[in-house]
Each structure stands twice: as C-alpha cells, then as structure tokens.
Design a protein around this ligand. Structure first.
Ligand code: NAD
Length: 475
C-alpha cells in the first residue's frame, strides 16, 4: 500500500504546482511507502498570502475559543490513536507502543496550549503622575515559520502548533520530508476541530530553498526550529539578518553521572531503556555514561547484557523493543563513530554493527575503554550507542561533563542528598534528570543552554515565543 503525502493548504490536500515529489521510505524495509509533494516558490508565496488572512481571522477568535478548539484537536488525535500510530511507525520506524506515547504527548501539548490561551492577559502599571496610565498588552507576534525534524515528527511540531495557535498566530510548518504523514495528521485534526484553515499550512520541499524563502518573506514574523546545531546556526543567522526572533531547540550530548551508592544493575536497566528508546534518536537521550569506578564493572556488565538481548525489529511487530534508525544517513553516522572508536582501541562489549540486509537497523552498542579523543565523546551520536566512562575524581569528571558546546540535558544518579545538590548545581545544562529518565512534559519549559538552543518551549511560558508586547502609555 502506498500513500500520497500532499501539501496541506487552506484545509485542502494538494500536489505542488510544479508537480515535484520524492519517495518516502519505510526505514524498516528500505522501500518506498509513498511520495511526498514539494511546494514550488509560487505555492509558498500563496501560503504566506493565505497566512496573512489567517492572522487577521485567527487572532480575532477569542482566546477562550482558541483554547476550546485546541483541546478538541487533542481529543481527535486521541480518538484516532491506533491508526495514527501506524502512520508514525511506518515512516519513522519507532515501535508502535512508542508512537502511541508520542501521539498522547502531542495531544497533551495541544491541551496545555489551549489552557494557557485562556490565561492570556496584559497588566496595568500605575503611572508616575495623576492621570498617567500604562497598559502592557500581549499581541500575537504574527506569521510563524516552523521547521520540524523526523525523530518525534508529531510531538515536536505539536509543541510549536500549540504555542503559536494558542497565541493567535498562523503557522506554516515545513516538517522533514522523510516523515510527512504525522504532521499532516496533526494539521488535519486542528482544522477539523475549528482552527481557521488559513492559519495552518504544512508544506514540504528542499529544506534550504523553503527556509530561505520563508525567512526572507517580509510577512513572516517568527522562526522556530528543532534539529541539529549546524542547521540551527544557519537559520538563526538568516533570521538575524532579517531581524526576526528565533526559538531554537537543538542537539545535545547528555552526560549521565552514576554515583557509587546506587544499585548498579537497576540503574543499568533504567538507563538502557532511556538509551534505546527511539533507537537513541532523542535530543535528551543519555549519551555519555560517567560511572563511579566502584560500581563500573557491575553497571557495565548488566548494561552490555541487556543491549545484547534487546529485541530489534520492525516497529509494527509488538515484540519489538527497538526499531530501525530513521534513515540511511543515521546508520552511516553511527557506523562512522563506532569505527572511529574501534580504531582508537575502544572495547566493543555489545553491538557495533548493522543488523540484517534490509532497512536501517543498527545493533544496541556498548563501548568501554573509550579514549578521550574518540569522536563519539565530542559529536552527538543520535543513535543506540552507549560509551561507558568510569571515574574516580569528581572534579575531573565534571570538567569533562561540562566541557562540550552542548547544554541540553544531563542526569544524576545518587541517593546522597548533599552530592545530588552539588552535582545539580555544577551541571551547565538546561535540564537535569535526577534518579530517572527524562521526557518533555508540557507543564515544564524545556530549552538548551550554550549551543543547544535559544529560548524554551512548554511551561506556563508556552505562548511567550509567539507573543509580542505593546506598551501603551496614556497621559
Ligand atoms: P540535518 O542537520 O541535515 O537536519 C536536521 C533537521 O533539520 C532535519 O529535520 C532537516 O529536515 C532539517 N533541515 C535541514 N536543513 C534545513 C534548512 N536549511 N532549513 C530548515 N530545516 C532544515 O541532520 P539529520 O541527518 O536530518 O539529523 C541528524 C542530526 O540532527 C542529529 O545529529 C541531531 O543533532 C539533530 N536532530 C536534533 C533533533 C532535536 O530534537 N533537537 C531532532 C532531529 C535531529
């Protein structure tokens, strides 16, 4: 069965005006599941023109009603979760159970944005003189251009749709052309629930061409991107040249500090699940395992044993614990990092190779004796590879943990309250997970420090990236 993934413009699915399209590949088989339509420059001009109308119409809908509509869209996603989960698994590869979690989380974001829409309010600041009156008014910032990736193609887009639409802004989304179906499902649910059709568009196309046209368009007011640091820098530079604000959710290389007082086997079990979820293609995913020397052998042995037994297969099979990587590029990138480590003398305790002869599978991989200069300790792996690094000097370990340009997520495992506090305070990261894994819940803001990003998404601040302030000073 093949599918047509078309542009979604003004509530209607259609081909691009130049008829261009590319294959969409199921990463479990390496075979095409359909074609995705590319938008031409003329289509994009039309989309921006429609969004100008969308701004007038959607921003005029009372925030209370916008909130109701977003919550209705969330209910539509939940009601259709089994069908949509298959769309996600077929195009992205993750096991169906994880696709269910993703849809649920996407709906949570829409509900949270809808609730926060109902709390939009300005404030009055007392004047200095009799008769002076200062109003602080929040306004929708304008048309939002959103660029979203393939790893959590629905949830990462849902965060942006929730904030932008709740604030009263139209949103034009260019998802990854590798996972088009999930964002199309999201956009269709929003329009079916009552979002003005001119306020939502999903377009595909050559990423450079589409992003350049949208960022340079005088009608587009805000740029939001989730993806890699190099592309984030490129988009932020282009937005800066046009003096447009950006929200950037970029990569990470999360240190995990496992202290000697925890149960090494139980912690290995918890962290193996966090590491191999979505085949390690998670920006928050633990990726440098600093384990105190006193328990390092036991932790490593259990982690490697689990990795060797992990069930890798097609995400459509309910027995599968880890699906394929999302595309061939990821397999090549992981293979390059593992080969580099191997050539530098690293011990490979589990995995270290591709799996099967169809699709993009890579075995859960555990590395020890990794030399400091190995590329995997400096480049974000974004795949199912766990380098384990025993430590005995806490200060030296922290210098290493904080020593990269990344600052997204980090983890601490210890029951010693004083040590917990000291490590939390010492980590230069936007998120610290203590004694557990991490996911992004809408009620908490999430964003990276250093090169991992600009701004946050979620939390009571979810509308802030899409809101602009007018200060009215009445005499
Ligand atoms: P990539 O750098 O080529 O692309 C990353 C994302 O940006 C993709 O979704 C892509 O479609 C999009 N993109 C690329 N060029 C763009 C442009 N000019 N304008 C707008 N969007 C553009 O890398 P990749 O091979 O697709 O992904 C691997 C890397 O991406 C990983 O190493 C990881 O760091 C990063 N990544 C991060 C996240 C995250 O959640 N922060 C998600 C996906 C990928």
């Amino acid at each position: 069965m093949t599918s047509k993934f078309q542009l979604f413009i003004h509530g209607v699915c259609r081909e691009g005006s130049e008829g261009q399209s590319v294959d969409v590949i199921n990463p479990a088989t390496g075979l095409a599941i359909g074609k995705v339509a590319y938008a031409s420059p003329t289509d994009i001009e039309e989309v921006v023109h429609l969004a100008e109308q969308g701004l007038r119409s959607w921003s005029a809908v009372p925030p209370w009603e916008r909130g109701r509509i977003l919550k209705d869209a969330a209910a539509r996603l939940r009601a259709d979760i089994d069908r949509i989960a298959e769309v996600i698994t077929r195009e992205q590869g993750k096991p169906l159970a994880e696709a269910h979690i993703e849809i649920d989380r996407s709906a949570d974001f829409l509900e949270w944005g809808g609730e926060q829409a109902r709390r939009i309010a300005g404030r009055i600041v007392p004047g200095r003189r009799p008769g002076q009156h200062i109003e602080i008014q929040p306004h929708p910032i304008g048309i939002v251009a959103a660029f979203t990736p393939w790893n959590f193609s629905m949830a990462l887009a849902a965060k942006k749709f929730a904030g932008a639409l709740a604030a009263g802004c139209p949103i034009i989304c260019k998802p990854s052309q590798e996972t088009p179906g999930s964002v199309l499902e999201l956009a269709k649910a929003l329009v079916a629930a009552g979002v003005h059709p001119a306020a939502v568009a999903v377009i595909f196309g050559d990423a450079n061409r589409v992003s350049t046209q949208l960022i340079e368009s005088p009608s587009v007011a805000k740029i939001t991107f989730t993806g890699s640091i190099p592309i984030g820098k490129r988009l932020a530079a282009a937005a800066g040249a046009a003096m447009k604000p950006v929200t950037m959710e970029l990569g990470g290389h999360a240190p995990v500090i496992v202290c000697g007082d925890v149960d090494p086997e139980a912690t290995a079990e918890l962290l193996a699940k966090a590491k191999f979820m979505n085949a390690g293609q998670i920006c928050l995913c633990p990726s440098r395992f600093f384990v105190e020397a006193s328990i390092a052998d036991r932790f490593t042995a259990r982690f490697a044993e689990l990795a060797r037994a992990w069930k890798v297969g097609d995400g459509m099979d309910p027995e599968t614990e880890m699906g394929p990587l999302a595309n061939e590029r990821r397999v090549e990138a992981i293979d390059r990092l593992v080969e580099d480590a191997r050539q530098r003398g690293t011990t490979i305790l589990a995995g270290g190779h591709k799996v099967g002869n169809q699709g993009y599978f890579y075995a859960p991989t555990v590395l020890t004796n990794v030399p400091a200069e190995a590329a995997i300790l400096h480049e974000e792996p974004f795949g199912p590879v766990a380098p384990i690094l025993p430590f005995s000097d806490e200060a030296a370990m922290l210098a290493e943990a904080n020593g990269l340009e990344f600052g997204l997520s980090s983890y601490v495992f210890t029951h010693d309250g004083e040590r917990q506090r000291r490590l939390i305070d010492a980590l230069h990261y936007g998120v610290v997970g203590v004694n557990g894994g991490l996911t992004h819940q809408p009620e908490a803001p999430l964003g990276g420090w250093k090169e991992s990003g600009i701004d946050t998404e979620g939390g009571i601040e979810i509308l802030d990236p899409y809101t602009i302030t007018k200060h009215v000073n009445l005499q």
